[in-house]
Design a protein around this ligand. Structure first.
Ligand SMILES: [Zn+2]
Length: 475
């Protein structure tokens, strides 16, 4: 089938929609912003090996429906649906049925995924698809490391788009150059001019980009074991912004708060319109230890950091998302199952936190319904489950949300996406369909099929596939 997620209902026919140099997509006026159209024409060109030029025609005779055909479509066509999309491919063209922008995008990307190349022409198998997601908030957490090329980031976004995610959480590991403080990032960090086209690409694929900046631990914008610090290794005079060991921000320094507020605004502007901001807040192993912070109660400092930051994020018209690993009493869980809980007693501040905060509950070894997530939900927080690499863990996270009506899922990828691109399509599928397409190999093959078309390598070995190298590398 090669549509991801595998639709929960479809029919295949032994007929084919053949086309070659031209496709005309007729759609209602105002369905998507005009700036999205070049993304779709490029995708169709890529999926047809450059054979087919797509032309998008706006029509006021269509509502809630679009038509893909070889000749101009001039009839009137109106359909009503809820959130689901329908795609009906017949020998004379395809009909797309939807209720708004996102439904149109899902139907269009499903059609694009059906395109096959033959000698001198292309075709799509006659197919009827009816589909709708079982989870509304379907996010992937994408990390931009020094080793993450823009091409790989675009491929990752493309896979999220093809798998019909609703959101991407974008975390820069010292790799976004803040205008308010360039010294926070590595010298070769990406500029907004480099990142904004990727945000548009994501938006055109139906995805809202959620900005993320760690507001307590991980202030080094690095991993604890590697010892790099994007700010202090770039400009050591920035040391007063951080605790002595550099791992956490010095939250009692007003200059830190002023800087974080400026960074939040820059990231919101970079990532475009949206409803959320992710403040990190995991693994704050050490905080409130410097000469300035020692004067205060450490738990009060942490609580104020969350509440004050949340107030500012509210003023920006957004909701705070935070990692929840420090918000549990570890003694109440089996630590062999719930292996990702951290902290030393910080959970006691949870009762005082505003309930408009969304708790992101990450557990990477749990293969049962997430008891931790249910607990946060009972405490009054909208809660998202966050799995990682293990398929059984992804199954448990998505089932926890689907069965209990929780807020959504964030599939995390961290430093392993370079070997685990299949997890994006697998997790995306679990958020949509009842029946899965297959295991690791099948999802790797589907991913390669789409990456090859979405971001062509043009014979450049390093830019092809999922990884720069065929043999294992550190990344
Ligand atoms: Zn301090």
């Amino acid at each position: 089938m090669y549509i991801i997620p595998n639709p929960k209902k479809y029919m295949l026919f032994d007929e084919w929609f053949d086309f070659s140099d031209k496709l005309i997509i007729t759609l209602p006026v105002g369905t998507v912003p005009a700036e999205y159209i070049p993304v779709y024409t490029e995708l169709i060109s890529n999926y047809t090996a450059g054979m087919t030029k797509a032309e998008f025609v706006l029509s006021d005779k269509l509502c809630g429906a679009a038509v893909i055909s070889k000749e101009p479509f001039c009839d009137t066509l109106c359909e009503k649906t809820d959130d689901e999309y329908e795609l009906h491919v017949k020998p004379d063209g395809a009909k797309l049925v939807f209720s708004g922008e996102t439904g149109f995008i899902h139907a269009l990307t499903s059609f694009i995924q059906l395109i096959r190349i033959d000698e001198g022409y292309c075709y799509a198998r006659a197919t009827d698809v009816w589909d709708s997601p079982k989870i509304n908030f379907r996010a992937a957490h994408l990390c931009v490391f020094r080793e993450t090329t823009l091409g790989f980031l675009k491929k990752s976004i493309a896979m999220c788009g093809m798998a019909k995610y609703s959101h991407i959480v974008l975390e820069f590991w010292g790799m976004y150059r803040y205008k308010c403080c360039p010294g926070l990032s590595w010298r070769d960090a990406y500029t907004d001019a480099q990142i904004k086209p990727l945000v548009l690409f994501a938006n055109a694929l139906g995805i809202e980009v959620i900005p993320m900046l760690n507001h307590m631990g991980h202030a080094s914008q690095g991993r604890v074991a590697i010892g790099k610090h994007s700010a202090l290794d770039t400009d050591l005079s920035l040391a007063p912004l951080f605790e002595d060991d550099g791992w956490s921000w010095c939250t009692s320094n007003p200059k830190t708060q002023n800087l974080l507020a400026q960074c939040r605004r820059e990231l919101c502007e970079l990532c475009g319109e949206g409803k959320y901001f992710h403040i990190g807040f995991d693994e704050a192993y050490t905080f409130a230890t410097c000469r300035r912070c020692m004067k205060y109660d450490r738990l009060t400092l942490m609580k104020e950091q969350i509440i004050n930051t949340n107030n500012d994020i509210r003023s920006l018209g957004r909701r705070t998302i935070m990692w929840a690993d420090m918000m549990h009493d570890k003694s109440t869980y089996d630590m062999k199952v719930y292996t990702c809980l951290t902290g030393s007693g910080e959970y006691v501040i949870k009762k005082d936190l505003p309930r408009d905060i969304i708790m992101a509950e990450w557990q990477y070894d749990c293969t049962e319904i997430f008891k931790t997530a249910l607990s946060l939900n009972e405490d009054g927080f909208d809660t998202v489950t966050c799995p990682w690499e293990k398929y059984g863990n992804i199954d448990a996270a998505t089932e926890t949300v689907a069965q209990n009506g929780l807020f959504g899922v964030i599939e995390t990828t961290w430093h392993t996406l370079g070997r685990n691109i299949d997890r994006l399509s697998y997790a995306g599928e679990k958020m949509w369909s009842i029946e899965g397409t297959g295991g690791h190999a099948v999802h790797h093959l589907i991913s390669a099929f789409h990456m090859r078309r979405c971001v062509p390598s043009n014979g450049n070995y390093a830019e092809a596939g999922i990884n720069e190298h065929e043999l294992p590398s550190l990344y």
